[in-house]
Design a protein around this ligand. Structure first.
Ligand code: GRA
Length: 383
């Protein structure tokens, strides 16, 4: 067993760290406060090759792998969690096209997504289909050479700004999850309306609703075959879930760093507040949760790089890191009024941390996957 990162991976991590410090950190607070959409950052991260880490070289990526992508995501989230969402929105559709797309689909969409030239997204969730993906109702009905979409997707990251999206819809109602199909859709075509939504945190990541009303998607944009959408979706979620786990890890680290820094600086009752055991207790727990999460997240990424099934390990990693982030953001307590104040970043960490217990399968869904695998009810790892 080798716990050392290779020189190549250290270089990737340092590149992302440097980028986050120079390009993201200076405006993170105002981007969050003003709900600012930083299209320039999407482009710059594309130019640096961040989205292509887990895409093979012959398809426009760097082929560095999932661990590289994990380190990139972690470093960005450590500085501003909302900006790491951009990575997932480019990488999610790109990876699905790499794995399941046709050459023509890859040519048209994969390259621009990896380069950050087209803004991507993926649309699974609906008002009545959150954890229960199979309950989705948006329909895609074949009409000549097109599929006609009707229905609505909600809580979709990048919905207000995406040029294209990976959209899951029902092509055969009677077949339940086996009647779901996956499409890559051009969002500049008529029949799509968008509504921006706001949330507690992740403010610099545009969020919204997509409503399809007679929205036409050419049949050549169907990914795989009709009815394969649910399996493609589960495959996709396994990868984008790992990306969220890495993001949560970054937030956990940022929160811990803020708590340690403050404890070493703030004095009360004639001594540094780090001397108080109640604060030491919180810091020790933060570090233990963060380090456990880091090992689990890296293991899940390493398994992906070995081309081994890792759904169970991704769920364990995502659960642990989401909870670690939420716990560490309790650093706010250590910082007292400075933690609660909107003039300091810790309240942003807390708001952003909460998202990780919800997105890409809530913490309860991860527990369900983990426990049902152990009990023999539902196998987590698939080929
Ligand atoms: O036998 P079969 O042909 O019927 O197939 C079944 C099974 O073998 C069928 O799907 C197959 N399957 C899989 N195939 C390949 C299941 N899992 C996999 C897999 N991993 N790979 C039905 O299976 P099932 O177990 O009966 O499914 P279910 O009970 O309906 O659902 C399972 C589950 C609860 C795990 C699933 O629905 C799920 O993951 N729900 C959580 C939804 C979620 O994660 N949503 C995320 C939304 S996107 C988002 O949050 C964006 C965030 C962006 C950001 O912050 O970056």
């Amino acid at each position: 067993m080798d716990f050392e990162l290779s020189e190549e991976l250290i270089a990737v991590r340092d590149l992302a760290r440097d980028f986050a410090a120079k390009e993201i950190a200076p405006t993170a607070a105002t981007d969050d406060r003003e709900h600012k959409f930083r299209a320039d950052l999407i482009r710059k991260m594309g130019e640096l090759g961040f989205y292509g880490a887990a895409i093979p070289e012959e398809r426009g990526g760097s082929g560095l792998g999932f661990l590289a992508l994990t380190l990139i995501t972690e470093e960005i989230a450590r500085v501003h969690s909302a900006i790491r969402v951009f990575v997932n929105m480019q990488v999610g559709p790109a990876m699905v096209l790499d794995r399941f797309g046709t050459d023509a689909q890859r040519k048209r969409w994969l390259g621009p997504l990896v380069a950050g030239e087209k803004i991507g997204c993926f649309a699974i969730t609906e008002a009545d289909a959150g954890s229960d993906v199979a309950a989705m109702r948006t329909t895609a009905t074949r009409d000549g050479n097109d599929y006609v979409f009707n229905g609505s997707k909600i809580w979709i990251s990048n919905a207000p700004v995406a040029d294209c999206g990976l959209v899951y819809a029902v092509t055969d109602k009677g077949k339940k999850h086996r009647g779901i199909s996956a499409f890559i859709a051009d969002f500049t075509r008529p029949g799509l309306s968008r509504r921006a939504l706001d949330a507690l945190g992740t403010h610099a990541s545009p969020l919204g609703e997509l409503t399809f009303d007679g929205f036409r998607v050419p049949a050549e944009n169907l990914i795989g075959h009709e009815g394969e959408g649910f399996k493609i979706c589960m495959w996709q979620l396994n990868n984008t879930r790992l990306s969220c786990a890495a993001g949560a890890l970054g937030v956990a680290t940022a929160s811990k760093e803020a708590a340690v820094g403050y404890c070493n600086q703030r004095e009360q009752f004639g001594q540094k507040i780090g001397q108080f055991q109640m604060n030491q207790d919180l810091i020790a727990q933060m570090i233990v949760h963060e380090e456990a999460a880091r090992l689990l997240v890296y293991r899940a990424a390493w398994l992906a790089d070995q081309k081994r099934p890792n759904n169970l390990e991704v769920s364990i990693a995502k659960y642990t890191s989401a909870e670690a982030a939420a716990f560490a953001a309790a650093a706010l307590r250590i910082l007292g009024a400075y933690g609660y104040s909107t003039e300091f970043p810790v309240e942003r960490y807390l708001r952003d941390a909460k998202s990780y217990q919800i997105v890409e399968g809530s913490s309860n869904i991860q527990k369900l996957i983990i426990a049902q695998d152990a009990l023999g009810y539902r196998k987590a790892n698939r080929e």
